[in-house]
Design a protein around this ligand. Structure first.
Ligand SMILES: Cc1ncc(COP(=O)(O)O)c(C=O)c1O
Length: 377
């Protein structure tokens, strides 16, 4: 990867714009891990995490289905030739026009957590502990346990078919056992549906939240055990999930050049061409901790990664005229010059997807170069 990035940087010394590398070959790695650990859980990749079309195409080719949250996301998945029955419209609170659009193109699986949402869907044709999550969702979405019966009854009145129960334990969760609690709560909702004489439910959607770190195997074990203990005797159950960062995080790498520099005593301050209002919004919006490595193609051509070089207390700023636009503080970097580069790995999750055009630095204009560094793909 470093050599590939270096070759692009060398050819880009003229334009000096930031860029991404998507390692399409590496997309198979999280997919292999998922299939080995959770073979009976069908992933619906959460498009919101990273909607890069090349990445979505690779995911579709590898057999994932898709979680879309809006009309535009559905359109981009359909544009890849993916059939609508491989899409779940997993936004519990949807614009009415988007519901109509989804119904018109045959996307018929969706989620809800309120009576008003049921009423909206009527004419057109799923609770958990998320305190262990870096980005909890429960304050905005969720049916409370005491609301489940009322909601299920309302779907009967609205003549909607409830096929299952969906939850999300919050994004980037470190609490594997939150899945255990949520699966048990889903079981209670399944039992409630049976009590109300509804058609037997057949889908358990365990949402997203899983990270591709060393905790993954433990989480997968907890999930499988909870499904077995709660639904072991339940026939005809399909278990699905909506992972986002698990698949997207590690396969994108960002490179951005140093556009300005200031030295104050021992402190070295660098300005780069992408920042908090761009890809690195993940530091604020996703509570991400980012790391970078230098590629000093201007100041240290012989040893561009500066291996063994003395490092200094450094600050890295984004390009906009806002002091909030600070990417790293107290970070150790070697002595760098203008037009050296900083390379950020693991930049695929919740980065470009939420970047802005603030101060004229247009995140969506950052190009993505494709690499096939894993011969398995
Ligand atoms: C409804 C829904 N599904 C799936 C996801 C993906 O979560 P993650 O990227 O943590 O797997 C999110 C993220 O916020 C979400 O809101």
């Amino acid at each position: 990867m470093t050599d590939f990035m270096r070759s692009i940087i060398c050819s880009k010394q003229e334009t000096k714009e930031p860029f991404y590398v998507l390692d399409l070959g590496a997309v198979t790695t999280p997919m292999d891990r998922w299939t080995r650990a959770l073979p009976t859980v069908q992933p619906y990749y959460a498009v919101k995490c990273n909607p890069n079309l090349n990445f979505l195409g690779a995911m579709a080719a590898l057999g994932t289905n898709f979680d879309c949250a809006s009309q535009a996301e559905i359109e981009s998945i359909l544009s890849l030739g993916v059939s609508p029955d491989r899409i779940i419209f997993a936004n519990p609170c949807k614009a009415e026009s988007h519901i109509k659009y989804a119904a018109s193109v045959g996307v018929n699986l969706t989620t809800f957590d309120s009576i008003d949402e049921i009423k909206k869907m009527q004419c057109k044709n799923g609770t958990q502990n998320d305190s262990g999550a870096r980005c909890p969702l429960g304050s905005k979405f969720d049916a409370l346990p005491e609301e489940v019966e009322t909601l299920l009854r309302a779907t009967q009145t609205a003549q909607l078919t409830v096929v299952g129960i969906s939850f999300h334990i919050g994004s980037a969760s470190t609490d594997s056992f939150a899945y255990q609690q949520a699966i048990a709560a889903a079981k209670t909702a399944f039992e409630m549906a049976t009590k109300l004489g509804m058609r037997q439910m057949s889908v358990l959607n365990i949402g997203g939240g899983i990270m591709a770190n060393s905790q993954f195997d433990e989480t997968a074990t907890v999930v499988k055990a909870a499904i077995q203990s709660c639904f072991g005797n339940y026939s005809g159950l399909a278990v699905i999930a909506e992972p986002g960062r698990f698949f997207a995080e590690s396969v994108f790498t960002l490179a951005t050049n140093i556009i300005s520099k200031r030295i104050r005593n021992e402190l070295r301050e660098y300005w780069i061409r992408d920042g908090i209002y761009g890809s690195l919004n993940c530091i604020i919006l996703d509570n991400a901790i980012v790391k970078c490595m230098p590629v000093a193609l201007t100041s240290n051509l012989e040893n561009p990664t500066c291996k063994g070089s003395r490092t200094y207390n450094s600050t890295v700023f984004g390009p906009t005229c806002d002091a909030l636009d600070t990417v790293l503080r107290g970070y150790q970097l070697p002595k760098l010059q203008l037009d050296d580069w900083l390379v950020f790995s693991n930049m695929g999750a919740y980065t470009t997807a939420a970047g802005t055009n603030f101060n004229g630095f247009n995140t969506s204009a950052i190009p993505t170069y494709l690499a096939y560094l894993n011969p398995k793909f």
